[in-house]
Design a protein around this ligand. Sequence first.
Ligand code: ZN
Length: 284
Amino acid sequence: MPELPEVETIKLQLGKFLVGHKIVYVEVKNRRVFQGDENKIINAKVLGTRRFGKVTVIDLDNKYSILTHVKLTGQFIYRGPNLKTESLSNKVTGGLNGPHTLVIFNLDRGGVLYYNDVRRFGWIRIEKTIDVENESFIKKLGPDMLVLSLKDFEKIVLKSSRNIKVHLMDQTKIGGVGNIYVNDALWLSKINPKRASKTLSTEEIKLIFNALNTVLQAGLKYGGASELAFVTPDGKEGEYQNHTLIYGRQNKSCQNPACRQAGAKIEKFFLGGRGTYWCKICQK
Ligand SMILES: [Zn+2]
């Protein structure tokens, strides 16, 4: 499932492509993924984009907003002005205006925004901008990792006796941190994912905080990770999956030279139902 860097990339690219454009016509091919009345957004101009955890919000100039969560396999793909190339990743399931294209936003000046979703768990919702921050999932969301201070991070970590990996992934405590990046951050900070949060020292918490920011920034730099169906609105793939530190590397050597020399192999197990990667030599 897309995490902070993937959704932030969606937000930034949609902002780049859509701001200043008017929505001319919306073709809804699937009523389950599209909630609300598309007529409310016709002739409205896009003012900007925001992100709340893994939800992207597109704000319009007529006091309405489009909220969306791509979940497992949702894809926004833009074609039209401002696009450098028309190249299209073959991860775009079924192509554009294909069997998995569920919503088409037609914009002025020939721009088109497609929404594809093969599993159909994602959603798009039209509602008044004033109601956005009253959505229960937004109210319940913890502070976003990209703006969280070390001091507040430490407070959140020390409040729980759950293991650190599960705790960091709880969106009601911290927004946006998911499985790929938390695995990599715990490896980078040399912390065992099973450690009880409140047993961590101030120094260890600082290491995790810095490591999370490092891997999230790397994720952003690479346009996210295209593990399953994630593509960026310009029709390309993210590259972070080719640069993971420990995620997806079970039975491979640890990248830490001392561990490699000792012949350590990365172990995989499940913690809170999610794939967890661990080097037992360097992650204490
Ligand atoms: Zn190691």
